[in-house]
Design a protein around this ligand. Sequence first.
Ligand code: PHE
Length: 346
Amino acid sequence: MDELLQQIETYRSEIGSIVPNGAEALEAYRIRFLGTKGIVKNLFTEMKNVPADKKKEFGQILNDFKQFAESRYESWKSAARAGDGTGTAPSDGKDLSLPGDPLPLGAHHPISLVRDQIVHIFGRLGFSVAEGPEIEDDWHNFTALNLPENHPARDMQDTFYIHQNPDWLLRTHTSSVQARVMEQQKPPIRIICPGRVYRNETISARAHCFFHQTEGLYVDEDVSFADLKQTLYFFVQEMFGKEVRIRFRPSYFPFTEPSAEMDINCRICGGSGCAVCKHTGWVEILGSGMVHPKMLENFGIDSNKYTGFAFGMGIERICQLKYRINDLRLYSQNDVRFLKQFTSAT
Ligand code: PHE
């Protein structure tokens, strides 16, 4: 008995002085003291040699010791999990089993979301995407589009000219891409041109010196104004929902004849009148018309055989109606709190 009690005391003080360093040392401790052939188990097998009247007392001492050995093991193990360097954690204190911090991700810009949706809708109608340069020459931006020099309609768009060469400018509309496409392709032509355009405007909530457009062009035999209407009606139904209403107002563009602007019933107030629709219930979203025969001829397309329609819309305006964004400056401030609010509607 005395010998056994002595041994238990020695083990206790041994355990008291152990500082297990790393996962291996902790496991070695577990095997040595708590394993199936470990010290605690062995001490219990000694019970059979203990005289009957001492069994109870000895049993209690043994149980105490067992609990002591186990509780030391558990506290080392949880300290190791917390990464304080005493247990399974690597010696530099980092616990590689912890889940990582998520990387902060950006978000799609609302302009990109709406542009992609426009591309997707027209894509289903067979329109493919065409692109052109943002620094344009006078011919593609104006003259080829039936806007010769000194034409009063040039004043409709306040143009940024390039200092070194006044024949160069920042494109004022993506109609310049239509000109480039007609230069290179023969009918049938069915394209949309999304892109950034520039106009010399004072920056405010309602105007900016750059914005985004998507223009479309369809040239083939027998293309009619009815095709234009139906195509644009389909587009707004896909973009805003089946119940959207449209109206066309006669307008003027030098490159289309006849020309029309298209309004939809206001998505903000539903038509009852608000600041966005200037209390009319209608919001203009695009300009359109039948391609002027002179423009077709400018590109060697026979205007007796082919007709076409064209349209152009501002992406910011569609965004405003879709997401209720009332200040154009928000689009270019790159504030993530603004940008993170939008998710794709497609
Ligand atoms: N280019 C015109 C604009 O920027 C829009 C438009 C395109 C109108 C095609 C008619 C046809 O305002």
